[in-house]
Design a protein around this ligand. Structure first.
Ligand SMILES: *[C@@H]1O[C@H](CO)[C@@H](O)[C@H](O)[C@H]1NC(C)=O
Ligand SMILES: *[C@@H]1O[C@H](CO)[C@@H](O)[C@H](O)[C@H]1NC(C)=O
Ligand SMILES: *[C@@H]1O[C@H](CO)[C@@H](O)[C@H](O)[C@H]1NC(C)=O
Ligand SMILES: *[C@@H]1O[C@H](CO)[C@@H](O)[C@H](O)[C@H]1NC(C)=O
Ligand SMILES: *[C@@H]1O[C@H](CO)[C@@H](O)[C@H](O)[C@H]1NC(C)=O
Ligand SMILES: *[C@@H]1O[C@H](CO)[C@@H](O)[C@H](O)[C@H]1NC(C)=O
Ligand SMILES: *[C@@H]1O[C@H](CO)[C@@H](O)[C@H](O)[C@H]1NC(C)=O
Length: 676
């Protein structure tokens, strides 16, 4: 198929197509480039091809992306060969990362196999230009990448400042290792530094029969070592789609390097051709190749100029660096106002290695306040300083007055030109979703899960019913729940969703919330209520019981929508089959049933039929028993509250929608019919 389309294209484009492509069309499933002169690669953002054929992915500009992909997708046909034909593939390439400063560079290069070359919305830095914090980890990404990463990101479990990782749908590698190569003569591993500026050769081989992905790295002067650096067992069947593009994506972070590819070969059905090192283009001259005395002279002159410039500019820079926005109306909030300088120092200048994560609306950094040695989390939210700031700050400050042991305490704020910084208590055990969904972490036992569910319920009760005003959270979900030192669940990020609702952030113009947690009436009316928070809390309870997300498109149709699956299981009298298999049956059956059924009750499509937080808290604390409900048999799929205050013969049916492709919308659409 691919060949056919290429031939058609060649026919149409005729003489404009380079000879390389013709060669490709004949040899079908493979290509080889020694330098990229005339190559018709899809170049994106910073990427460019030098006249000598050198492919440059990034330069030293910060937090940028560069991509180069082979222009046509490869048929990794599974269906073409009726799922029986193996799809082994292999690739080799030579790269170099020339850092801006001798010892600091970043971020890295990812060899990427992806269903599309449209990476709109992907981020630089640790996301390598292929993902972002919302798309990270989704199995709908169908993404395989081998990352050569020169900066460790603790939030992504990166191990070393010079490592290779295998990424499946996520930039959190399933396997990784510091870059070394096995020297056959010396029979030992020798360490390599990615950002040495030296050319290195990479081999990536996948064998479908063995289900092994091997990655081997070596200096350009060596032949392929006999032992791979990584040999990871991996079944790509559910990852690789029929038609996939191959290429490179590279990103820079707070520090940058010029990342180059010098040669590349690929074979879709077997061994890739060996690169002939002597045919590769050369790198631009690097500083370290200059003669020593010249270098000394140049650096002495540079140092003098620099000193003059620095002393002149230092004053201005210092003022600029710590510049804040402060207006008269803020005076009353004095005590809750932090100085930018303090926050800057606390987070070591918002260093990448202090990054805790990048969840809802911004990046979060760990910090230690210089004055008190107190650990804090600082969230940087970008916002337009002109719109509704006063109102928002008033709200933020009033939220700082909320006090509850299951809320993440807001300590204060700071304002700059396009940024708002929110300072919170530091939560040593991170966010709940990481613990709940990430493989390879110890599982969260039922006692803790139940404690967390009850804790979050009491926080919502406080926000909805116990405080002087009604506070809506609007984005209740596992990733907004953080765990303190004692594993108490604490709800964070309250109120931010509302702020973004006003359209202050250009990135979020849709209904605020997260797919799977948005109550159906919110998508219709755009208005959040305490009942819509309850709906999200219901989705969260099911998540905790079942250990999975509300919508998992890769599951079978039956299980894809969690609430449907739980409901269906209940109807056949086996609701417990839905509970998290990783618990291995270690839970209190009554509590599990309560959480599952209460989760369903909260997922009721009519807001009025959902319980309110004080009822939920009573059920969870065992101070009241839940209204008895029966799953309805017969033609109507449904759920019927038997002794609820509002007697009505309501049936609930969840209509499955298949459009989860861009994750933008479409939670469970529900249809309700009530006969009175
Ligand atoms: C393809 O698979 C289907 C069912 O899996 C089978 O019925 C059919 O005979 C197979 N076709 C070929 C050409 O192997
Ligand atoms: C890329 O995808 C985005 C949505 O993710 C879409 O808005 C845009 O039109 C696409 N661009 C191209 C060139 O297909
Ligand atoms: C993340 O990427 C997806 C496309 O892959 C895009 O639709 C989404 O808007 C991006 N998210 C953010 C926060 O930019
Ligand atoms: C990374 O790993 C290499 C090889 O094991 C080691 O030499 C180097 O010191 C490590 N770097 C860090 C920052 O741990
Ligand atoms: C060399 O590295 C490989 C892969 O990281 C490892 O499996 C092997 O044990 C190491 N060998 C030696 C001699 O250290
Ligand atoms: C991967 O490495 C293992 C261990 O050296 C080897 O047995 C296997 O044949 C290799 N597979 C491929 C596809 O190179
Ligand atoms: C690509 O792999 C196939 C299958 O192993 C092999 O027949 C072919 O010769 C390879 N191409 C080259 C140029 O080595």
């Amino acid at each position: 198929m691919m060949v056919a389309s290429i031939k058609l294209l060649l026919f149409l484009l005729g003489p404009f197509v380079s000879l390389k492509l013709l060669a490709l069309a004949q040899e079908e499933n493979q290509f080889i480039y020694h330098g990229f002169t005339g190559a018709n690669l899809l170049l994106n953002e910073l990427a460019k091809i030098h006249p000598n054929g050198l492919l440059q992915l990034t330069d030293t500009s910060k937090r940028q992306i560069g991509r180069a992909f082979f222009p046509f997708p490869f048929q990794f046909s599974t269906s073409l060969f009726n799922n029986s034909r193996p799809f082994s593939f292999s690739t080799q390439f030579v790269f170099a990362m020339v850092p801006e400063l001798p010892t600091l560079g970043g971020q890295g290069i990812a060899f990427t196999v992806s269903p599309s070359v449209n990476f709109t919305g992907a981020f630089a830095t640790q996301y390598l230009g292929i993902l972002n914090f919302t798309s990270n980890g989704l199995s709908s990404n169908h993404l395989l990448a081998v990352e050569l990463d020169a900066v460790p990101s603790p939030d992504l479990k990166d191990i070393n400042d010079s490592h290779v990782g295998i990424d499946v749908n996520s930039v959190i590698s399933i396997d990784s290792a510091p870059v070394t190569y096995f020297s056959d003569e010396e029979k030992k591993n020798k360490s390599l530094t990615l950002i040495s500026g030296d050319m290195m050769h990479v081999w990536i081989d996948y064998d479908e029969v063995e289900k092994l992905l091997n990655v081997t790295v070596a200096p350009i002067t060596r032949t392929k070592p006999t032992l791979p650096l990584l040999s990871t067992s991996l079944d790509l069947f559910s990852v690789i789609l029929d038609s996939m593009y191959v290429g490179f994506s590279s990103s820079t972070g707070a520090v940058a390097s010029s990342n180059y590819i010098l040669g590349w070969s690929f074979n879709r059905s077997g061994q890739a051709q060996s690169l002939d090192v002597s045919k590769l283009p050369s790198l631009p001259p690097q500083r370290k190749s200059r003669k020593p005395y010249l270098r000394a002279a140049v650096s002495a002159i540079a140092a003098i100029i620099l000193l003059l410039a620095i002393s002149g500019a230092a004053y201005i820079i210092r003022r600029k660096k710590y510049e804040e926005l402060r207006e008269d109306w803020e005076q009353e909030y004095g005590p809750q106002r932090f100085s930018y300088k303090d926050l800057y120092n606390a987070t070591k200048g918002f260093a990448d290695r202090e990054l805790l994560g990048s969840g809802g609306f911004g990046m979060v950094y760990r910090g230690v306040l210089p004055s008190s040695n107190m650990q804090v989390a600082v969230k940087k939210v970008s916002h337009d300083s002109r719109q509704g700031t006063k109102e928002f700050v008033a709200e933020i400050v009033s939220m700082g007055r909320l006090r509850h042991r299951n809320l993440v305490q807001l300590l204060g704020y700071c304002r700059r030109k396009r940024e708002l910084l929110l300072v919170y208590d530091y939560m040593p055990n991170g966010s709940l979703d990481k613990l709940l969904f990430r493989n390879g972490t110890p599982i969260l036992n039922w006692v803790l899960r139940y404690q967390i569910v009850r804790g979050v319920a009491s926080a919502l009760l406080y926000l909805h019913e116990e405080w002087e005003q009604v506070v809506l959270h609007r984005d209740v979900k596992a990733s907004n729940i953080l765990l303190d030192g004692d594993f108490n669940g604490r709800l964070g990020d309250f109120g931010l969703a509302k702020f973004y609702d006003r359209g202050a952030n250009p990135q979020t113009t849709r209904v605020v919330g997260t797919v799977g947690y948005i109550a159906p009436e919110v998508t219709r009316t755009g208005r959040a209520t305490t009942s819509s928070d309850v709906f999200a809390f219901g989705a969260f309870m099911l998540e905790m019981a079942c250990g999975r997300k509300p919508i998992e498109p890769e599951q079978s149709a039956e299980k894809m929508i969690l609430v449907d699956w739980v409901l269906d299981s209940w109807k056949i009298g086996d609701i417990l089959r839905t509970c998290d298999p990783r618990l291995e049956g270690n839970y209190v059956v009554e509590e599990m049933e309560l959480v599952l059924k209460l989760g369903l009750l909260c997922s009721f499509p009519t807001p009025a039929a959902r319980p309110i937080m004080s009822q939920i808290s009573q059920y969870l604390d065992g101070n009241a028993s839940m209204p008895e409900m029966l799953p309805l048999d017969g033609a109507n799929i449904g759920l019927m509250p038997v002794s609820h205050e509002e007697p009505g013969d309501c049936t609930l049916s969840f209509h499955r929608s298949n459009d989860y492709s861009n994750n933008s919308f479409s939670s469970t659409d529900s249809i309700l019919s009530c006969g009175r």
